[in-house]
Design a protein. Structure first.
Length: 105
């Protein structure tokens, strides 16, 4: 149950981040935050059908977001917001990979 709470919080965090980016004038932030958040919620739904496949899916999503935020942080040289999102996405990636390794053993 805790794993679903963590992932739901990550999804909400992405949605809220997109909203705050939009409030600052970025339509791209709104689209990407909404899209990323909804994809995380899709992964949560997939857990009811195929848990191992959902963990693989969520690992890929968080890995992609980690690399995206890493590149963005390097480009902007600013911690907020991309550096913070980089750290959170990296933690979720490690979380997903840890759960995936437990399932496969």
């Amino acid at each position: 149950m805790l794993d679903k709470i963590v992932l739901a919080a990550y999804g909400v965090f992405l949605l809220v981040g997109g909203y705050f980016g939009f409030k600052k004038g970025s339509m791209v932030s709104l689209a990407m935050g909404t899209g990323s958040g909804l994809i995380v919620f899709l992964g949560l739904w997939l857990m009811t059908i195929n848990p191992a496949g959902a963990w693989i899916f969520l690992s890929c999503v968080s890995g992609f977001l980690t690399s995206t935020f890493l590149l963005r942080t390097i480009k902007t040289q600013a911690f907020m917001p991309s550096g913070m999102l980089l750290i959170i996405s990296l933690l979720v990636l490690v979380f997903c990979l840890a759960h995936l390794s437990q399932i496969s053993h």
